[in-house]
Design a protein around this ligand. Structure first.
Ligand SMILES: O=C(O)CNC(=O)[C@H](CS)NC(=O)CCC(=O)C(=O)O
Length: 285
């Protein structure tokens, strides 16, 4: 059965350093024999502020990180699905997107994050993503990949079951959630609980590559990249941020986890437990 890989690393504001980390993840993916590599949200750079993001953002044609990944995808005939930033024309904000790079090294699909992470939690985190990011307005319908039909979502989208159910209705078999999950929400169990819930209720494979460790003085991520099967079982998981991690330390090793994507298992789960909606009772959600 074909394997999917989810890659995990500690992104910084350096595109060239992040490319080196991702190239290392590509080598590990090729060595493991996996057929697609999924990389986290904001793999190109994790900015310390909105102004740094505006300074670093470039169209994909000029983005050394994306161009580097495209070359590697082509070299290894390895499709790569990766979270990046893209400019908004004449705007003061950027797009938080996920692009699918084919084994020919071509960007064939793109999704712009629809739900933005604006939170103010007393015990942390305080993040206002909408200050620097323009929200997307549409779903990218599920499309064919060597592993099955893929629906692309991003991080905070994970908390909104409606969008994943819509992907299922449109034919998705695999949902990807490239992420940079915060440590407090991860520690509260939200990450693994929500990923497994989305897998169980959509009866789909969930692939969730995540950033890990300290990105700068102010920002750190939870890690625990995960691949979950349509029965809710965790097929592969990376390690989490170290308990005593400090900014600037090499606390986020590059790591992949893999999972077998077996569409026969998926069809069986869907056949054995049909989830027929009672929209006559509660309407289409
Ligand atoms: O685009 C960038 O620069 C990076 N983007 C992110 O890190 C985003 C927005 S701040 N992070 C999340 O959505 C975390 C959600 C989360 O942690 C939760 O739902 O609990």
């Amino acid at each position: 059965m074909p394997l999917a890989a989810a890659g995990q690393f500690r992104a910084t504001a350096s595109l060239s350093q992040n490319l080196l980390s991702c190239r290392n993840l590509i080598s590990k993916t090729v060595a493991a024999g996996a057929k697609i590599l999924f990389l986290p949200e904001a793999s190109d750079y994790l900015p310390i502020s909105a102004s740094e993001s505006l300074r670093l953002v470039k169209p994909v044609e000029d983005n050394e990180f994306v161009l580097g990944l495209q070359a590697s995808a082509k070299e290894h005939k390895l499709p790569i699905c990766v979270g990046i930033h893209e400019p908004v024309e004449g705007g003061e904000r950027v797009k938080n997107t996920c692009v699918y790079i084919t084994e020919e090294g071509v960007i064939s699909k793109r999704y712009q994050k629809v739900h933005l992470f604006d939170v103010n939690i007393e015990s942390g985190p305080v993040l206002m993503e909408s200050r620097s990011v323009e929200p997307g307005r549409s779903i990218t319908p599920p499309f064919d990949t060597p592993l099955g039909k893929l629906g692309m979502l991003i991080c905070f989208d994970l908390r909104f079951p409606e969008i994943s159910l819509q992907h299922r209705r449109l034919g998705a078999q695999i949902l990807s959630y490239p992420s940079a999950f915060t440590v407090p929400t991860g520690n509260a169990g939200h990450w693994s609980t929500l990923l497994r819930a989305r897998a169980i209720e959509t009866q789909s494979y969930i692939i969730a590559p995540a950033l890990v460790g300290y990105h700068n003085e102010k920002r750190k991520s939870y890690g625990h990249s995960m691949i979950v099967g349509p029965w809710g079982e965790v097929l592969g998981e990376c390690s989490g941020i170290k308990e005593n991690a400090k900014p600037g330390e090499e606390d986020g090793e590059e790591e992949i986890c893999v999972g077998e994507i077996d569409l026969g298992v998926l069809e069986r789960v869907r056949r054995e437990m049909p989830l027929l909606r009672r929209t006559d009772v509660y309407g289409e959600i």
